[in-house]
Design a protein around this ligand. Structure first.
Ligand code: GAL
Length: 351
């Protein structure tokens, strides 16, 4: 079931709507047309009590003014960082808008998180679309993007992304939901137990740009092959963790042959019994432990968020791939269709 209500008007005068998806089990997902932002996901705990398990803000004006965390937003044209805000494609260098020191983060100053998307709803979901013009934030080609959100009766939210272009370009789309399975604004996520299906990660420098080295997770704080509590490693002395102020890295997901949807991560909260599984066909996963949350503004239920009050699991291609020929390509050419799927699947277990 889908219900649509007005969510306000942007500073530029564009009307924004909120769509509420509800499935047969009573799970509810709220999405706004501004940034395609998932503002709320209400799922039961092991006793059936519902809570919102994603961070967000109460008003549109908060999302516009306090956009740094990218709560719940669609991210494009290029999720994560592009070094020095540049890349070269087919011999031509493109200068992008820079918004993270000298680098480009999450598509630049006015990425997809700040766009009011066109919406079409159906019985089980919502499809958002947007045409990003040639030269948008410096990226070449007119890019047509659609993102379909579908809520299924087994408590899974499917996100299916697709994009086409009229000129060669690069694309890397994701969603930036921050999860706290105890409930947004209730406690930190240090006790959450995480498993990441990856033997390797891309090492990064002090600006969180990949060095190019694909390193084993073995014997590092980034080893989540066996489930462990996030709190055990988030303050470790591992130089990778110190430089990022916590977890903020790209894991190289173990692939199947032939490639298919895999369970990239499984998150379990012993306090509520809630479980989140992230399934994807993407090759990378950024696990970000909310290190830059500084208590600015108030979240959906009136509490401010600080470091480790939520965590993001961003399915993606590796950061800075356009500048790293040794990484799998993110180039999209006319006639091709970029397609990727990520599923957030919720369940519970009695603690
Ligand atoms: C993450 C990124 C972090 C931070 C955050 C937004 O995807 O890895 O370094 O920039 O977005 O605040």
């Amino acid at each position: 079931m889908i219900a649509k209500t007005p969510f306000g008007v942007t500073v530029n005068g564009a009307a924004v709507d909120l769509y509420q998806l509800t499935n047969a089990q009573g799970m509810q997902v709220k999405i706004i047309t501004y940034g395609g932002i998932i503002t709320s996901i209400r799922v039961p705990d092991s006793f059936g009590n519902m809570a919102n398990v994603v961070l967000g803000y109460p008003t549109l004006s908060d999302y516009e003014r306090l956009s740094d965390p990218y709560f719940g937003a669609l991210i494009g044209r290029y999720a994560n960082r592009l070094a020095k805000g540049k890349f070269t494609l087919d011999g031509k260098e493109y200068q992008l808008s820079v918004n993270d020191g000298l680098n480009t983060l999450h598509g630049g100053k006015t990425g997809f998180d700040k766009v009011v998307w066109n919406a079409v709803s159906s019985a089980h979901g919502l499809t958002l679309s947007h045409r990003s013009p040639d030269g948008d934030n410096g990226f070449p080609g007119s890019l047509m993007v659609t993102v379909a959100y579908t809520l299924t009766d087994d408590n899974a939210l499917h996100l299916e992304y697709s994009a086409t272009t009229d000129q060669p370009t690069v694309v890397n789309l994701t969603n930036h939901a921050y999860f706290n399975l105890s409930g947004e604004g209730t406690r930190d996520i240090y006790d959450h137990i995480l498993r990441i299906n990856a033997d390797h990660f891309t090492k990064s420098d002090s600006q969180l740009i990949p060095t190019g080295e694909i390193a084993p997770v073995e014997c590092t704080a980034l080893d989540f092959r066996v489930p462990k509590a996030i709190g055990t490693g988030v303050r470790s002395n591992d130089p990778q963790i110190v430089a990022a102020r916590g977890y903020d890295h790209n894991w190289v997901l173990n692939q199947t042959e032939p490639p298919s949807l895999i369970t990239a991560a499984r998150l379990y909260d012993p306090h509520s019994g809630r479980i989140l599984e992230v399934l994807t066909d993407q090759i990378g996963l950024q696990f970000y432990s909310g290190n830059f949350l500084t208590g600015v503004g108030y979240g959906s239920s009136g509490r401010s968020y600080r470091q480790s009050d939520g965590l993001a699991l961003e399915t993606q291609h590796y950061p800075d791939s356009p500048n790293r020929p040794e990484f799998p390509s993110t180039v999209l050419r006319p006639g091709e269709t970029y397609r990727t799927t990520t599923i957030y699947k919720f369940s519970t277990v009695r603690a």
